[in-house]
Design a protein around this ligand. Structure first.
Ligand code: UD1
Ligand code: PEP
Length: 428
């Protein structure tokens, strides 16, 4: 995993000021996959979040032969995929982030095969890929699994001649929808994808693919039709803002009783989360592309059920669990998307929280004052939730295993410090 990353936070400061919402992790990763489908030219992605997942994606793009330059100060990524030459997604890079699997369609179309030595992503319980594999198979691919040198399974997908087909997701999988769209974009004939995901990032990815020349219709309806084309062209595209990053900063204002201007945040993209936060006592005011947020009344408890967009995003479930620790009364959280996303509860308990977990349901008995402790970020959103809890806690909190936080949030310490937080990042 490389170096150990820790955040140290001294809580109790009210946050105030302006913060810039980063580009969306879950939009840029499929776009990097899409850029590998262009056989010539250079793709230019702007508003790229400078996060560890993007750094891994750049390493992976180079590992399969593309030229990829990440200009961090300019938040711009330039990719020339004309030199793509290896179908292997090596375990040491691919198993560190989920988005690695989004490289598969490009490898299938450009090189005729993909060899997947590992797929990463946060450990949130079962994270199956059967909708992807079944879709590729319906389009004519063969999928086999062998045991690799280190004993782990290696998946080998051979494309043959991919052709359009009727495909479906049993549930509207986010990356599943993106992968099936990309596989269909260069396949022969027409593909229909039923029960497709509606997430804004999926729509942003459809937008770049259409600019590249793909023929895609029905985005946002649950039924997506793709007519295969011969080739795709490299284009320039600006990545949409990250609604989860925005949601975490909304909750940073809420948990500290602060007032923030979020540049680039779109209230609509928060879906049901915006309504739940309003019920808790957060006030929103959208002024063009700037979202004003404040909380100056007592936090009320909440009932949350995670769901696909526009339902309450599972990636905001951990942050709202942290916030609900300070709400006056019991909050109820039902996690419907992942079967192992409550490791945070044990960490919050070390800080004084009272949370009862029963399977995929949790009851947060608030309000309990939080105090500093040494806690572990078991996954990305566990990390952002612990930062939120630490901002409101008395004394110092140390968050370990914070590489996970850096996977998805850019410049966390810098952006929070500018708002008045006492937070430092340490790496050794
Ligand atoms: C890189 C990226 O975009 N990650 C996001 C994406 O992950 P990801 O695309 O992996 O999440 P999915 O929407 O695919 O998974 C949701 C649920 O569906 C199940 N499933 C999924 C695919 C499949 O083939 N079979 C199957 O059973 C999974 O086990 C999981 O329980 O959406 C999640 C749900 O909004 C977010 O938390 C992640 O931040
Ligand atoms: C689960 C997440 O991401 P990934 O799918 O990349 O692991 C997340 O962003 O919280």
């Amino acid at each position: 995993m490389g170096h150990e990353v820790r955040y140290r936070v001294r809580g109790g400061r009210r946050l105030q000021g302006t913060v810039f919402v980063q580009g969306a992790k879950n939009a840029v990763l499929p776009m990097i996959g899409a850029s590998l489908m262009a056989g010539e030219g250079r793709t230019v992605l702007r508003n790229v979040p400078i996060i560890e997942d993007v750094r891994r994606a750049v390493e992976l793009a180079r590992a399969v032969g593309a030229k990829a330059e990440l200009h961090e100060a300019e938040r711009t990524l330039v990719i020339d995929a004309s030199t793509l030459n290896s179908p292997v997604l090596p375990a040491e890079i691919a198993s560190r982030f989920r988005g690695s699997f989004l490289f598969v369609p490009a490898l299938l179309h450009r090189l005729g095969e993909a060899v997947i030595e590992g797929v990463g992503g946060c450990n949130l319980g079962s994270r199956n890929l059967d909708f992807h594999y079944n879709g590729f198979k319906r389009m004519g691919a063969t999928v086999t699994e062998q045991v690799g040198d280190n004993g782990d399974g290696v998946i080998h997908i051979k494309a043959g001649d991919l052709r359009g087909a009727t495909l479906y997701c049993d549930t509207p999988s986010h990356t599943g929808t993106e992968n099936l769209i990309m596989a269909a974009a260069l396949a022969r004939g027409t593909t229909l994808i039923k029960n497709a995901a509606l997430e804004p990032e999926v729509l942003d990815n459809i937008q770049i693919l259409r600019a590249m020349g793909a023929k895609i219709s029905g985005g946002g309806t649950g039924f997506i039709t793709v007519e295969g084309v011969e080739s795709l062209t490299a284009v320039e595209h600006t990545v949409m803002p990250d609604r989860i990053d925005a949601g975490v900063f909304v909750m940073a204002a809420a948990i500290t009783g602060g007032e923030l201007s979020l540049v680039g945040a779109n209230l609509e993209h928060l879906g049901v989360a915006a309504d739940k936060l309003e019920q808790m006592g957060v006030e929103f005011h959208q002024e063009g592309a700037v979202l004003q947020v404040r909380r100056d009344r007592t936090l009320r408890p909440i009932n949350v059920i995670t769901d696909e967009y526009p339902g309450f995003a599972t990636d905001l479930q951990s942050p709202i669990m942290a916030l609900s620790c300070l709400a006056e009364g019991p909050s109820y959280i039902y996690e419907r998307i992942f079967d192992g996303r409550f490791k945070l509860a044990g960490e919050l308990a070390k800080m004084g929280a009272d949370i009862e977990v029963d399977g995929n349901r949790a009851k947060v008995n608030g309000a309990t004052p939080l105090h500093g402790a040494e806690v572990e970020a078991h996954d990305l959103r566990c990390g952002s939730a612990l930062v939120l809890a630490a901002l409101a806690a008395e004394g110092e909190t140390t968050i370990t295993s914070a590489y996970y936080l850096d996977r998805g949030h850019a410049h966390t310490a810098g952006r929070l410090s500018q708002l008045g937080a006492d937070i430092v990042r340490e790496a050794d």
